[in-house]
Design a protein around this ligand. Sequence first.
Ligand code: SAM
Ligand code: SF4
Length: 189
Amino acid sequence: MTPEAADALATAPAAYVHIPFCARVCPYCEFAVVAGRDELAERYVEAVVAEIGMSERWRPLESVYLGGGTPSRVAPELLGRVLEALDARHGLAEGVEVSIEVNPEDVDRDLAARLLGVGFNRISFGVQSLDGRVLVGLGRAHTPERALRAVRDARDAGFTSVSVDLIYGTPGETDGSWRATLAAAVEHH
Ligand SMILES: C[S@@+](CC[C@H](N)C(=O)[O-])C[C@H]1O[C@@H](n2cnc3c(N)ncnc32)[C@H](O)[C@@H]1O
Ligand code: SF4
């Protein structure tokens, strides 16, 4: 990448919106999360929308990212209100990338279609590992098979931009396990 291209990327208007809700708190997590309070999601979204409405107007956004926490625990139609508020306040640039972070166990084809329907065009899965023992060690709710099915469902629903997060160096992980995770992630991606 040229220095000019890097500068352009660094100054591209972008918005990150944090969605803190999770089913439970994973033992290794260092993010701002709240477990078992999904009933607050609508009020939270209303507060975010109000805050967006008060923010200084900016150039049309080239990147929007809803991360967490677990945005996939919140109804896509509610998340869509955040996207609408960002569009109304700042505008969305042509070709804007609109990402959502999801937990694999939440995603099936129907949810993926609803996410596309409200405007997301990139989906990022918190897969972490494709070794079942490593996932148990991390306290995760999904299995490798469930994660791969969710990725497939997202692609089948129409997502063309799909990413998977992996965590390297979990206690108990071996070189072989990490290599197998990478190979499976690339093969099924
Ligand atoms: C903020 S998490 C939210 C994603 C989703 N809730 C999940 O856990 O799959 C986004 C990504 O950050 C990475 N990460 C790095 N350090 C982490 C940490 N200490 N706790 C949780 N996630 C971490 C993980 O790969 C995770 O997928
Ligand atoms: S699901 Fe993700 S954000 Fe939530 S507690 Fe676990 S690692 Fe953290």
